[in-house]
Design a binder for this molecule. Structure first.
Ligand SMILES: Nc1ncnc2c1ncn2[C@@H]1O[C@H](COP(=O)(O)OP(=O)(O)OP(=O)(O)O)[C@@H](O)[C@H]1O
Ligand SMILES: CC(C)(CO)[C@@H](O)C(=O)NCCC(=O)O
Ligand SMILES: [K+]
Length: 279
């Protein structure tokens, strides 16, 4: 079995993948912590022959995790943001400073779709761009839905946006604090994503397919007008592409990869942008 780890600031996601069949056997998430308990937090390591890790947690968390795993598992691969990988050139002035989850997302997106806009809706919402030739432009970071809500301190932090709510409902003015807050932050997130996408496509003269991932991808997806696909395993896709192990991975297949969404024509994006400026 292969254990894939996506260690975020708040949540650490894991999944167990069969090295022979490439099937995902199980998955889970726990709060990011320094002390992992195999068997409780992550699967028992006896069945694991290799681990692949993307971590944006504090260095100490990664060090502890790697130390623990190396004692029990033969192959431990840790992903890093580099100047170049898999045909993508990192757009950061200091490539190592780009969050490795963003880098994994950008690599997976490029491998799947060529040029793309990769959006990760987690603790933070990150929006990264890769041009068809492989140049990563850099991106945008805004607080995620939960962070935005917590920062308001209006006593609404525990009332999450119902992931089943319709986007239309969320775009109406709220008539109680909890709705005003939920609808407000939802609008902030989706309008930023729509606008940023249009601005960058306009600047670069190319309509890019958009891919969405992260804990809030599903609910954000409903409000995003740009054609896009949700890919919950996008960060894992980057790990698969960087450290291919199974037969399918060596053939360039990434688990759960969606069909590439067809972007709307650039002229339409530009017309919508021009129209929104008039309002
Ligand atoms: N069980 C859960 N616990 C906490 N957040 C959850 C849970 N399920 C969904 N979410 C949502 O997922 C978001 C966190 O997303 P994700 O799992 O991608 O995060 P993360 O590990 O915090 O990300 P990051 O890598 O940005 O730190 C939160 O904003 C929250 O609304
Ligand atoms: C932005 C987050 C927190 C998103 O998980 C992560 O990618 C990170 O810590 N990045 C480092 C800063 C940067 O990407 O510029
Ligand atoms: K993340």
């Amino acid at each position: 079995m292969i254990l894939d780890l996506d260690i975020g600031n708040t949540l650490s996601k894991w999944r167990l993948k069969d090295a022979e069949s490439s099937e995902i056997r199980s998955r889970g998430a726990v709060w990011t912590r320094e002390e992992w308990r195999p068997g409780a937090d992550i699967p028992d390591l006896d069945v694991v022959e290799a681990v692949r890790i993307s971590s944006v947690a504090r260095a100490a968390v990664l060090e502890e995790t790697v130390a623990l795993l190396r004692r029990r598992v033969r192959h431990v691969h840790v992903a890093h943001s580099t100047h170049e990988a898999l045909g993508v050139i990192n757009g950061y002035e200091e490539p190592g400073r780009l969050g490795v989850d963003r880098w994994m997302g950008a690599l997976a997106g490029y491998q799947l779709a060529g040029g793309c806009c990769a959006v990760d809706c987690g603790s933070a919402i990150t929006i990264d761009f890769v041009l068809p030739g492989g140049q990563h432009l850099g991106g945008f970071i805004i607080p995620g839905l939960r962070l935005m809500k917590e920062s308001l301190k209006l006593g609404t932090r525990n009332v999450a946006i119902d992931p089943e709510s319709e986007a239309d409902e969320l775009l109406e003015p709220g008539r109680r604090t909890v709705d005003a807050v939920n609808h407000g932050i939802y609008m902030a997130a989706v309008s930023a994503i729509n606008r940023i996408y249009s601005e960058v496509c306009d600047q670069e003269g190319v309509a890019l397919p958009m891919l969405l991932t992260g804990g809030d991808a599903r609910v954000v997806s409903r409000g995003v007008q740009v054609p896009h696909a949700v890919w919950p395993d996008m960060v894992y896709g980057g790990l698969e592409a960087c450290f291919p192990m199974t037969f399918a991975e060596r053939a360039g297949k990434m688990s759960g990869a969606p069909r590439v969404p067809e972007p709307v024509a650039l002229e339409k994006i530009r017309a919508a942008l021009a129209f929104s400026m008039l309002l």
